[in-house]
Design a binder for this molecule. Sequence first.
Ligand SMILES: Nc1nc2c(ncn2[C@@H]2O[C@H](COP(=O)(O)OP(=O)(O)OP(=O)(O)O)[C@@H](O)[C@H]2O)c(=O)[nH]1
Ligand SMILES: [Mg+2]
Length: 416
Amino acid sequence: MPHVTGLDERMTAAVDEVGRAEILVGIPSFRNAATIGHVARTAAEGLRRAFPGVRAVVVNADGGSDDGTPDRVRQALDGVPRVVGAYVGLPGKGSAFRAIFEAATKLGVRACAVVDSDLRSITPEWIERLIAPVLRGEADYVTPLYARHKHDGTITNTIAYPLTRALYGSRVRQPIGGEFGFSGDLARSFLDGGALGNEAIWDSDVARFGIDIFMTTTALARGARVGQAYLGAKVHDPKDPGADLAPMFIQVVGTAFRLAAKNVERWRGIDGSREVPVFGETGSVEPEEVRADSALLVRKLRGAAVEQAAVWEEALSPRSAAAVRRALEEDVPHALAGEAWPLVVYDLLVASARRPDRTDAYVRALVPLYFGRVAAFIDDARSLSTAGSERLVEEQAAAFEDRKPYLRERWATLGS
Ligand SMILES: Nc1nc2c(ncn2[C@@H]2O[C@H](COP(=O)(O)OP(=O)(O)OP(=O)(O)O)[C@@H](O)[C@H]2O)c(=O)[nH]1
Ligand SMILES: [Mg+2]
């Protein structure tokens, strides 16, 4: 019989052997041999310490690494109930999660945590903080809260956080942080298409880096009780400084736009936002510095002007288009900051709802504007501490909320 699930035969057999479990820690991986042993050992230690006597399993869903990643996991988990193998599906983090959700569903677990395999700062307490609120019945979905350097997490800060907060009314500071806790029921819901409501999601960007925003939005749209686990500092494998965040941006924002179009009834009536409870002591830690090349971002913005001019012209309101034209003339594109940025994002969101078949084109047209917005942020935060730059992120999120009536008005013109 052909495989129609996200688990390969080896994983399926391992799940059958484990039989049932109460809690599960999932680790997605692709070529993480240098770091995954530590993550797997720490996860197992966290389970042992916080949940002694509770039947627990660690699942590693790998993307076919050729660097010995799964071997490191097997070594690290000697004697621990485990499921280690390659997922079936499109290459991507989301496909690995699909396999983890399937394992969770088959094993009948009550609570899961997922943690990235390139983490260097993970401690056993992370497992407790992500899982315990779910086991105690205090939350159905737990997002991470960490101290991040002001130049880290730019997709989160410029769009994932403010848009999620303005649309769904919850101040989930790290909606795409990578580490999560959730109930077994939510795992099943994710598997069935969640807030996108169909099974084809595993052929979409949800199978790649769209998975995090898909999970968080599904939890919010389902009215799940959401909490945040304070985890200290996030230190993970630094990306190559020349690495391009464009593909990840397209996968995350494309998924967020599709989710918004599917869940209008969930967000239309929401005004303002609520705090989200935090689990764990929030200490003060200084995150490691992340270098950012502002001049490169400005060059990327300008370099895209010719290619994107037609889409900008078509999709942006006259006011947003004027802001973009000004930004292209500026040394630092401040015209994209302040009020302009939420309007630009909302214009492209509405355009993509009008023409779902062109969502990719609109999200691509947003990429260089995001580079410009980040360049302006780097400039504004130049002499600011972590706390000071955090206030800038909050101001921007408030601007997304303030401009929500504009989004509603433009949305109302759809279909007319
Ligand atoms: N199985 C599998 N896992 C993947 C794939 N791509 C990424 N992952 C895993 O997903 C997790 C996050 O990937 P990273 O590349 O660290 O991305 P990130 O930390 O979200 O993004 P940055 O903030 O840009 O570093 C890690 O555990 C990766 O091993 C893939 O193609 N297959
Ligand atoms: Mg990482």
